[in-house]
Design a protein around this ligand. Structure first.
Ligand code: PEP
Ligand code: MN
Length: 348
């Protein structure tokens, strides 16, 4: 429930509403815009008598919410959100961002080699897992903090923007410090304490769709981050679980326009996890761009056969270069363009 205050409502009137909500056992969160203040009732608002709030001084309107999310919705924010990254790249603009890199950071040499290769081919973001959420505890779990250092060096050497995953609240600060965009993986999409923690950092967040999550659930998870004050959320379609063992997941490309109708947040697509099959990655990346995605993220490895994770879905560097060439053509056919990479650092 939202309590919309009149334009020019006084602090006393706003505090009166906050106090009434608190006395009724809910939390009151104030949202200030240029025109007015709105007070969001957080908690079980069904037990609140809205007529009582409506009668308070300075209250203009009470809005009963029909959706489990508000700030993530287009009703709340009709204009597309554009997220500006430290290197000037704007996600959600006419320029489509391409993120590429290995599933896992395996060594300093590996990440530097991939970073240079994908930058030369036209990537603007470097991906690479330091902390890996693996289905089996026997699988490679990532190099952890050491990998964050390597990613930071690859960023310094290339100027690429780095995206890497935080898997628990304990690693959030280290990940945020050494990267530009913090990823929340599919398995953690509904880890609400992690989402709240992520909502309190400054970095943009790449929130991946859970393997069995609806779009409404994805947007509700984004809402947890937005409500803590972090407005820079990028959503990511990465495939959902299906019955066909021919692919790892079923990449839901209809999610792109569905999200864009329901929300103002930018949307990226990960066809690597979305298909799990190397030869399907390029066609699905191109289809994602044709369907209006604001970015694509793919796994690239210099030697996929030897990769410590997800080698079967990783592109060879030359395949990635081919993908970018074709992506430029598709982007131009739909009136967009592929974002330009940052200039390579001198001496690298
Ligand atoms: C990843 O991008 O490294 C990853 C683990 O993806 P997902 O969370 O989508 O499985
Ligand atoms: Mn992977």
């Amino acid at each position: 429930m939202l309590v919309v205050m009149r334009c020019g409502a006084t602090d006393r009137q706003i505090q009166g509403v906050v106090q009434a909500i608190t006395e009724l056992g809910c939390e009151a969160r104030q949202l200030h815009s240029a025109q007015r203040t709105t007070v969001n009732v957080v908690g079980n608002d069904e037990r609140i008598d809205s007529a009582r709030l409506a009668s308070l001084d300075g209250v203009q309107d009470i809005i009963h919410l029909s959706q489990p999310y508000q700030q993530a919705s287009r009703d709340w924010h009709p204009v597309d959100t554009v997220i500006t990254l430290p290197n000037g790249l704007k996600i959600g603009s006419d320029a489509i961002a391409i993120a590429a890199g290995p599933c896992s950071v395996e060594s300093e040499q590996q990440i530097l080699e991939v970073a240079h290769a994908v930058q030369e081919a036209g990537a603007t973001l470097l991906r690479g897992g330091a902390f890996k959420p693996r289905t089996s505890p026997h699988s490679f779990q990532g190099l952890g903090a050491r990998a964050l250092e390597y990613l930071a060096r690859a960023r310094a050497a290339t100027g690429l923007t780095v995206v890497t995953e935080a898997v628990d609240p304990e690693s959030v600060d280290a990940v945020a410090e050494h990267s530009d965009i913090v990823q929340i993986g599919a398995r953690n999409m509904q880890n609400f304490s992690l989402l709240k923690r992520i909502g309190r950092i400054k970095n943009p967040v790449l929130l991946k769709r859970g393997i069995a999550a609806t779009i409404t659930e994805l947007l509700s998870s984004a809402e947890y981050i937005l409500m803590e004050g972090n407005a820079n959320v990028i959503l990511c379609e990465r495939g959902i679980r299906s019955f066909d063992p021919g692919t790892r997941n079923l990449l839901d490309l209809s999610a792109i326009p569905r999200i864009q109708q329901a929300s103002h947040l930018p949307v990226m697509v990960d066809p690597s996890h979305g298909t799990g099959v190397r030869d399907l990655v390029i066609p699905m990346a191109l289809a994602a761009i044709a369907a209006g995605a604001d970015g694509v993220m793919v796994e690239v490895h210099p030697d996929p056969e030897e990769a410590l994770s997800d080698g079967v879905q990783s592109l060879y560097p030359e395949q990635f270069a081919e993908m970018v060439r074709r992506a430029r053509q598709v982007a131009s056919a739909v009136g967009r363009r592929i974002a330009s990479p940052a200039p390579a650092k001198l001496g690298s």
